[in-house]
Design a protein around this ligand. Sequence first.
Ligand SMILES: NC(=O)c1ccc[n+]([C@@H]2O[C@H](COP(=O)([O-])OP(=O)(O)OC[C@H]3O[C@@H](n4cnc5c(N)ncnc54)[C@H](O)[C@@H]3O)[C@@H](O)[C@H]2O)c1
Length: 250
Amino acid sequence: MKKIGFLGCGKIGGFLLNHVVSRKDSQAVFIQDPFFTAPSTPCPIIKQADPLLYQSADLIVESATSEVLKADISMILTYCDLLMFSVTAFSDENFEQEALDLCKRYDRQIYLPHGAILGLDGLYDAKSLLRSVRITTTKSPQSLGLPLQERTVVYEGSTREACRQFPRNVNVHATVALAGLGFDQTFSRIIADPIVTTNSHLIEAHGSGVNFTIQVASTASEGVTGTFTPVSACGSLERVLEERSSFSFV
Ligand SMILES: NC(=O)c1ccc[n+]([C@@H]2O[C@H](COP(=O)([O-])OP(=O)(O)OC[C@H]3O[C@@H](n4cnc5c(N)ncnc54)[C@H](O)[C@@H]3O)[C@@H](O)[C@H]2O)c1
Protein backbone atom coordinates (compact mmCIF):
# COMPACT_ATOMS: atom_id res chain seq x y z
CA MET A 1 0.00 0.00 0.00
CA LYS A 2 1.65 3.26 -1.15
CA LYS A 3 0.86 6.25 1.05
CA ILE A 4 0.62 9.53 -0.81
CA GLY A 5 0.63 13.12 0.48
CA PHE A 6 -0.69 15.89 -1.75
CA LEU A 7 1.09 19.26 -1.74
CA GLY A 8 -1.38 21.48 -3.61
CA CYS A 9 -4.77 20.10 -4.59
CA GLY A 10 -6.19 22.20 -7.42
CA LYS A 11 -6.77 21.06 -10.98
CA ILE A 12 -3.95 18.51 -11.29
CA GLY A 13 -3.87 17.52 -7.60
CA GLY A 14 -7.65 17.11 -7.38
CA PHE A 15 -7.68 14.86 -10.46
CA LEU A 16 -4.85 12.74 -9.03
CA LEU A 17 -6.53 12.58 -5.62
CA ASN A 18 -9.65 11.07 -7.20
CA HIS A 19 -7.44 8.64 -9.09
CA VAL A 20 -5.69 7.54 -5.89
CA VAL A 21 -9.00 7.17 -4.04
CA SER A 22 -10.21 4.86 -6.83
CA ARG A 23 -7.20 2.54 -6.48
CA LYS A 24 -6.94 -0.33 -4.00
CA ASP A 25 -3.16 -0.31 -3.62
CA SER A 26 -2.60 3.33 -2.66
CA GLN A 27 -3.95 5.73 -0.08
CA ALA A 28 -4.06 9.52 0.33
CA VAL A 29 -2.63 10.32 3.77
CA PHE A 30 -2.88 14.13 3.72
CA ILE A 31 -3.70 17.15 1.59
CA GLN A 32 -1.56 20.23 2.26
CA ASP A 33 -3.35 23.17 0.69
CA PRO A 34 -4.47 26.26 2.64
CA PHE A 35 -7.21 27.01 0.09
CA PHE A 36 -8.59 23.48 -0.40
CA THR A 37 -12.26 22.97 0.36
CA ALA A 38 -14.40 19.90 -0.28
CA PRO A 39 -17.52 18.54 1.41
CA SER A 40 -15.73 15.31 2.31
CA THR A 41 -12.13 14.16 2.03
CA PRO A 42 -10.39 10.81 2.48
CA CYS A 43 -7.62 12.23 4.70
CA PRO A 44 -6.59 15.20 6.91
CA ILE A 45 -6.23 18.63 5.32
CA ILE A 46 -3.34 20.76 6.56
CA LYS A 47 -2.30 24.32 5.86
CA GLN A 48 1.45 23.83 6.26
CA ALA A 49 4.00 21.01 6.34
CA ASP A 50 3.66 18.71 9.35
CA PRO A 51 6.64 16.37 9.99
CA LEU A 52 4.47 13.64 11.54
CA LEU A 53 2.25 13.41 8.46
CA TYR A 54 5.25 13.59 6.08
CA GLN A 55 6.83 10.69 7.99
CA SER A 56 3.69 8.65 7.35
CA ALA A 57 3.91 9.09 3.53
CA ASP A 58 5.99 7.29 0.87
CA LEU A 59 5.42 9.76 -1.95
CA ILE A 60 4.54 13.45 -2.17
CA VAL A 61 2.63 14.60 -5.24
CA GLU A 62 3.38 18.31 -5.65
CA SER A 63 1.02 20.38 -7.81
CA ALA A 64 1.05 23.76 -6.03
CA THR A 65 3.63 26.34 -7.18
CA SER A 66 7.40 26.45 -7.55
CA GLU A 67 7.62 28.73 -4.49
CA VAL A 68 5.67 26.29 -2.29
CA LEU A 69 7.82 23.42 -3.55
CA LYS A 70 11.02 25.31 -2.77
CA ALA A 71 9.81 26.13 0.75
CA ASP A 72 9.02 22.49 1.59
CA ILE A 73 11.68 20.58 -0.37
CA SER A 74 13.76 19.72 2.68
CA MET A 75 10.79 18.26 4.57
CA ILE A 76 9.63 16.38 1.46
CA LEU A 77 12.89 14.68 0.57
CA THR A 78 13.85 13.95 4.18
CA TYR A 79 10.88 11.58 4.39
CA CYS A 80 9.50 10.84 0.91
CA ASP A 81 10.02 10.47 -2.83
CA LEU A 82 8.55 13.25 -4.95
CA LEU A 83 6.42 13.45 -8.10
CA MET A 84 6.46 17.17 -8.97
CA PHE A 85 4.69 19.35 -11.50
CA SER A 86 6.16 22.79 -10.70
CA VAL A 87 9.35 22.01 -12.61
CA THR A 88 10.28 25.67 -13.21
CA ALA A 89 11.64 25.56 -9.62
CA PHE A 90 14.75 23.90 -11.09
CA SER A 91 15.66 27.08 -13.01
CA ASP A 92 17.01 28.22 -9.63
CA GLU A 93 20.48 26.60 -9.55
CA ASN A 94 20.63 26.69 -5.73
CA PHE A 95 17.33 24.85 -5.49
CA GLU A 96 18.49 22.23 -8.01
CA GLN A 97 21.66 21.62 -6.00
CA GLU A 98 19.71 21.46 -2.72
CA ALA A 99 17.26 18.92 -4.16
CA LEU A 100 20.06 16.75 -5.60
CA ASP A 101 21.96 16.86 -2.29
CA LEU A 102 18.82 15.85 -0.35
CA CYS A 103 18.16 12.94 -2.76
CA LYS A 104 21.69 11.70 -2.23
CA ARG A 105 21.59 12.12 1.54
CA TYR A 106 18.23 10.41 2.07
CA ASP A 107 18.30 8.07 -0.98
CA ARG A 108 15.22 9.69 -2.52
CA GLN A 109 13.84 9.79 -6.06
CA ILE A 110 12.35 12.80 -7.86
CA TYR A 111 9.92 11.86 -10.64
CA LEU A 112 9.52 14.41 -13.46
CA PRO A 113 6.26 13.83 -15.35
CA HIS A 114 5.94 14.54 -19.05
CA GLY A 115 2.93 16.66 -18.11
CA ALA A 116 1.59 18.64 -21.05
CA ILE A 117 4.05 17.26 -23.63
CA LEU A 118 5.44 14.02 -25.05
CA GLY A 119 8.81 12.54 -25.91
CA LEU A 120 11.03 13.42 -22.93
CA ASP A 121 12.44 9.89 -22.88
CA GLY A 122 13.64 10.28 -26.49
CA LEU A 123 15.15 13.71 -25.84
CA TYR A 124 16.94 12.36 -22.78
CA ASP A 125 18.24 9.36 -24.74
CA ALA A 126 19.50 11.63 -27.54
CA LYS A 127 21.13 14.14 -25.16
CA SER A 128 24.72 13.38 -26.23
CA LEU A 129 23.80 13.95 -29.91
CA LEU A 130 21.76 17.15 -29.51
CA ARG A 131 23.10 20.52 -30.65
CA SER A 132 19.99 22.70 -30.42
CA VAL A 133 16.64 22.44 -28.62
CA ARG A 134 13.89 25.04 -29.02
CA ILE A 135 10.43 25.03 -27.51
CA THR A 136 7.62 27.36 -28.52
CA THR A 137 4.46 27.63 -26.42
CA THR A 138 1.32 29.36 -27.66
CA LYS A 139 -1.41 30.17 -25.14
CA SER A 140 -4.18 32.68 -24.69
CA PRO A 141 -3.22 35.99 -23.05
CA GLN A 142 -5.52 35.12 -20.10
CA SER A 143 -3.60 31.92 -19.42
CA LEU A 144 -0.37 33.92 -19.45
CA GLY A 145 -1.90 36.64 -17.27
CA LEU A 146 -1.36 39.32 -19.93
CA PRO A 147 -3.98 41.85 -21.15
CA LEU A 148 -3.13 41.54 -24.89
CA GLN A 149 -5.56 41.94 -27.81
CA GLU A 150 -3.21 40.76 -30.60
CA ARG A 151 -0.93 37.80 -31.26
CA THR A 152 2.35 38.79 -29.61
CA VAL A 153 5.68 37.07 -29.02
CA VAL A 154 6.00 37.83 -25.33
CA TYR A 155 9.31 36.10 -24.70
CA GLU A 156 12.29 34.78 -26.65
CA GLY A 157 15.48 33.71 -24.96
CA SER A 158 16.96 31.17 -22.56
CA THR A 159 14.67 28.73 -20.80
CA ARG A 160 16.19 29.78 -17.48
CA GLU A 161 14.90 33.34 -17.89
CA ALA A 162 11.54 32.11 -19.31
CA CYS A 163 11.04 30.14 -16.08
CA ARG A 164 11.80 33.23 -14.01
CA GLN A 165 9.35 35.39 -15.97
CA PHE A 166 6.55 32.82 -16.45
CA PRO A 167 6.94 30.28 -13.62
CA ARG A 168 3.36 28.98 -13.87
CA ASN A 169 3.31 28.63 -17.67
CA VAL A 170 6.56 27.06 -18.85
CA ASN A 171 6.94 23.94 -16.75
CA VAL A 172 7.26 21.91 -19.94
CA HIS A 173 10.17 24.14 -21.03
CA ALA A 174 11.87 23.38 -17.72
CA THR A 175 11.35 19.63 -18.15
CA VAL A 176 12.67 19.75 -21.74
CA ALA A 177 15.74 21.65 -20.48
CA LEU A 178 16.37 19.08 -17.74
CA ALA A 179 15.98 16.18 -20.20
CA GLY A 180 18.14 17.79 -22.89
CA LEU A 181 20.67 20.62 -23.00
CA GLY A 182 19.98 22.42 -19.72
CA PHE A 183 18.33 25.74 -18.85
CA ASP A 184 20.93 28.00 -20.49
CA GLN A 185 21.30 26.10 -23.79
CA THR A 186 17.58 25.51 -24.41
CA PHE A 187 15.79 28.27 -26.32
CA SER A 188 12.25 29.27 -25.26
CA ARG A 189 9.64 31.21 -27.15
CA ILE A 190 6.25 32.17 -25.68
CA ILE A 191 3.42 33.50 -27.83
CA ALA A 192 0.19 35.03 -26.53
CA ASP A 193 -2.61 34.63 -29.05
CA PRO A 194 -6.16 35.81 -28.23
CA ILE A 195 -7.80 33.54 -30.83
CA VAL A 196 -6.37 30.19 -29.67
CA THR A 197 -8.46 27.76 -27.66
CA THR A 198 -5.57 25.41 -26.91
CA ASN A 199 -2.29 25.39 -25.04
CA SER A 200 0.19 24.23 -27.69
CA HIS A 201 3.86 23.35 -27.55
CA LEU A 202 6.30 22.83 -30.43
CA ILE A 203 9.60 21.16 -29.57
CA GLU A 204 12.34 21.24 -32.23
CA ALA A 205 15.51 19.33 -31.44
CA HIS A 206 18.41 18.94 -33.85
CA GLY A 207 21.80 17.34 -33.58
CA SER A 208 24.29 14.88 -34.94
CA GLY A 209 22.17 12.64 -37.18
CA VAL A 210 18.87 13.43 -35.40
CA ASN A 211 15.99 15.82 -36.06
CA PHE A 212 12.91 15.72 -33.83
CA THR A 213 9.78 17.84 -34.17
CA ILE A 214 7.09 17.23 -31.55
CA GLN A 215 3.86 19.23 -31.55
CA VAL A 216 1.24 18.89 -28.82
CA ALA A 217 -2.00 20.81 -28.40
CA SER A 218 -4.53 20.41 -25.62
CA THR A 219 -7.76 22.29 -25.10
CA ALA A 220 -7.33 25.12 -22.65
CA SER A 221 -9.70 25.68 -19.77
CA GLU A 222 -9.50 28.06 -16.84
CA GLY A 223 -6.08 28.50 -15.24
CA VAL A 224 -2.73 27.40 -16.61
CA THR A 225 -3.39 23.70 -17.18
CA GLY A 226 -4.88 22.19 -20.36
CA THR A 227 -7.04 19.09 -20.77
CA PHE A 228 -4.18 16.65 -21.31
CA THR A 229 -2.05 17.28 -18.20
CA PRO A 230 -4.35 15.88 -15.47
CA VAL A 231 -4.89 12.74 -17.57
CA SER A 232 -1.18 12.37 -18.35
CA ALA A 233 -0.47 12.96 -14.64
CA CYS A 234 -2.50 9.83 -13.78
CA GLY A 235 -0.40 7.83 -16.27
CA SER A 236 2.79 9.16 -14.68
CA LEU A 237 1.52 8.29 -11.20
CA GLU A 238 0.66 4.76 -12.37
CA ARG A 239 4.21 4.34 -13.64
CA VAL A 240 5.64 5.69 -10.38
CA LEU A 241 3.50 3.21 -8.45
CA GLU A 242 4.72 0.49 -10.84
CA GLU A 243 1.35 -0.85 -11.69
CA ARG A 244 1.79 -3.48 -14.35
CA SER A 245 -0.61 -3.32 -17.26
CA SER A 246 -0.60 -5.20 -20.55
CA PHE A 247 1.85 -2.80 -22.14
CA SER A 248 4.77 -1.04 -20.42
CA PHE A 249 6.13 1.97 -22.28
CA VAL A 250 9.78 2.41 -21.31
N1 LIG B 1 4.66 19.92 -15.72
C1 LIG B 1 3.63 20.28 -16.50
O1 LIG B 1 3.52 19.88 -17.66
C2 LIG B 1 2.59 21.19 -15.94
C3 LIG B 1 1.41 21.44 -16.67
C4 LIG B 1 0.45 22.25 -16.12
C5 LIG B 1 0.66 22.85 -14.88
N2 LIG B 1 1.83 22.63 -14.22
C6 LIG B 1 2.11 23.24 -12.91
O2 LIG B 1 1.54 22.39 -11.92
C7 LIG B 1 1.16 23.19 -10.78
C8 LIG B 1 -0.32 22.96 -10.46
O3 LIG B 1 -1.11 23.29 -11.58
P1 LIG B 1 -2.73 23.32 -11.42
O4 LIG B 1 -3.29 23.61 -12.75
O5 LIG B 1 -3.17 22.12 -10.66
O6 LIG B 1 -2.86 24.63 -10.51
P2 LIG B 1 -4.10 25.05 -9.58
O7 LIG B 1 -3.99 26.53 -9.43
O8 LIG B 1 -5.37 24.47 -10.06
O9 LIG B 1 -3.73 24.34 -8.19
C9 LIG B 1 -2.70 24.81 -7.35
C10 LIG B 1 -3.10 24.49 -5.93
O10 LIG B 1 -2.03 24.92 -5.07
C11 LIG B 1 -2.65 25.43 -3.89
N3 LIG B 1 -1.75 26.27 -3.12
C12 LIG B 1 -1.54 27.61 -3.21
N4 LIG B 1 -0.69 28.00 -2.24
C13 LIG B 1 -0.36 26.90 -1.54
C14 LIG B 1 0.49 26.66 -0.42
N5 LIG B 1 1.14 27.67 0.19
N6 LIG B 1 0.60 25.39 0.03
C15 LIG B 1 -0.05 24.38 -0.58
N7 LIG B 1 -0.89 24.53 -1.62
C16 LIG B 1 -1.01 25.78 -2.10
C17 LIG B 1 -3.87 26.21 -4.40
O11 LIG B 1 -4.81 26.41 -3.37
C18 LIG B 1 -4.37 25.27 -5.49
O12 LIG B 1 -5.34 24.36 -5.00
C19 LIG B 1 1.50 24.65 -11.16
O13 LIG B 1 2.78 24.98 -10.68
C20 LIG B 1 1.49 24.60 -12.68
O14 LIG B 1 2.26 25.64 -13.22
C21 LIG B 1 2.78 21.80 -14.72
